[in-house]
Design a protein around this ligand. Structure first.
Ligand code: LMR
Length: 397
């Protein structure tokens, strides 16, 4: 029955993380997967999440199915978080939000919806992007293309080339954009660039699809929602998938959401209905525990304040690691400019290391990063950053 199946080569990120777990070397360093580790190398359990869970356990209520769209209280809290309290688009009923199975679940529901209701639309993603963007949209039957993004020479964005490419797209093309903390490069669009993009999106009648998986890891929780709020202000219709995996350190809970901003409330109502139909056909409804955590942490003042402080601390620790890596590498390789470690935002940095250098780092030094040269800076800590920088310097010619 299954003889004809191709072998699954494994996911480049998740398989590498598995390989890391099996490596017996004690001084190994995991810079592969986009997970925030604390200075002791552990996935933190945030106190606000513990408190939320303790309250949920104390209530020990029944666990019915959630509605297809998820918990209403979580959906409302997500809207406030993304768009800001009382955003006119929310007041006008133009925004629909569904709790989803992580933001990946949201991305896929959105992709299925696009295939069903905008069947001619292709999706354009940045070159490079998170590998799974392509896989998810192609899996939904949407043709996937790329637009120019990362400039290896300058370490910045090829913004003019990006605009030129977008200017040639057919109307209703989907433009996948990282709202902050670009994965894998760490190179974000500046605010002025987002502002310049809006008239182009409008003129070409494009459909932006924002991926917001790292909110709070760039400049701040509200600051990292800049693109979401700018597009909402502009009156454009767009999608935004957001995640709490990283910001609340609840990866396995699959806590995410998908929001769609529509032209008016009547249109939003139709979109909402068809998104529910899409979810029902996929996984029926999302997880009740994830909803409980997110709703409490966002909605209860004490937990919210603790969470905001935790996110700030995680962001600042990553920044400190960026500075340490930069300092050691600059000292070791005085002729080279490692300034990009300081300007890139969020968990990831594109190091410019080749696949062969990445292999050497793993084999010889036990430092794991994906073969594109992306590192997860949050895997560094005061105990391993120097050693990692030395290993990197050793493989750089
Ligand atoms: C990553 O890019 O490493 C993370 O988003 C985790 C994943 O699922 O790939």
């Amino acid at each position: 029955m299954f003889q004809h199946l191709d072998r699954y080569a494994g996911d480049p990120i998740l398989s590498l993380n598995d390989e890391f777990q099996k490596d017996p070397r004690r001084d190994k360093v995991n810079l592969s997967i986009g997970i925030y580790f604390d200075n002791e190398g552990r996935i933190p359990v945030l106190q606000c999440v513990r408190d939320a869970e303790a309250a949920m356990l104390a209530e020990s209520g029944p666990k019915p199915y959630l509605p297809i769209a998820g918990a209403p209280a979580m959906r409302a809290a997500v809207q406030q978080l993304l768009f800001g309290a009382d955003h006119p688009a929310l007041k006008a009923g133009r925004v629909v939000t569904l709790q989803t199975v992580g933001s990946s679940g949201g991305l896929k529901v959105g992709a299925d919806f696009i295939k069903r209701w905008l069947p001619q639309s292709g999706m354009w993603m940045s070159d490079p992007s998170w590998d799974n963007h392509r896989a998810m949209f192609e899996g939904a039957g949407v043709a996937v293309h790329t637009y120019p993004y990362y400039d290896a020479a300058s370490g910045g964005v090829r913004f003019d080339a990006l605009c030129e490419a977008i200017d040639r797209l057919p109307p209703r093309s989907v433009l996948l954009l990282h709202a902050c903390c670009h994965n894998p490069t760490g190179v974000d669009l500046g605010r002025d660039q987002w502002e310049r993009l809006v008239p182009l999106l409008r003129r070409r009648e494009l459909l932006p699809y924002l991926d917001l998986a790292y909110q709070g890891y760039g400049d701040g929780i509200a600051e990292d929602a800049f693109a979401v709020r700018l597009l909402a202000d502009s009156g454009l219709s767009f999608f935004v998938a957001n995640s709490f995996s990283k910001s609340m350190s609840v990866y396995g809970e699959r806590a995410g959401a998908l929001s769609v901003v529509c032209a008016d409330a009547a249109e939003a109502d139709r979109v909402y209905g068809q998104l529910q139909a899409t979810v029902r056909r996929n996984y029926s409804s999302p997880a009740i525990h994830a909803a409980g955590i997110v709703t409490r942490v966002l909605g209860e003042a004490k937990l919210r304040a603790a969470w905001e402080a935790d996110v700030a601390a995680m962001r600042q620790r990553i920044q400190a690691m960026r500075h340490s890596l930069h300092a050691t590498l600059s000292a070791k390789k005085p002729g080279r400019d490692f300034g990009y470690f300081l300007t890139q935002r969020g968990m990831f940095s594109y190091t410019g290391l080749s696949a062969a250098q990445v292999d050497r780092l793993r084999e010889q030094y036990g430092v794991y990063l994906i073969r594109s040269g992306r590192i997860c800076v949050a895997g560094l800590n005061t105990g391993n950053v120097e050693r990692t920088a030395n290993a990197m310097a050793a493989v750089i010619d």
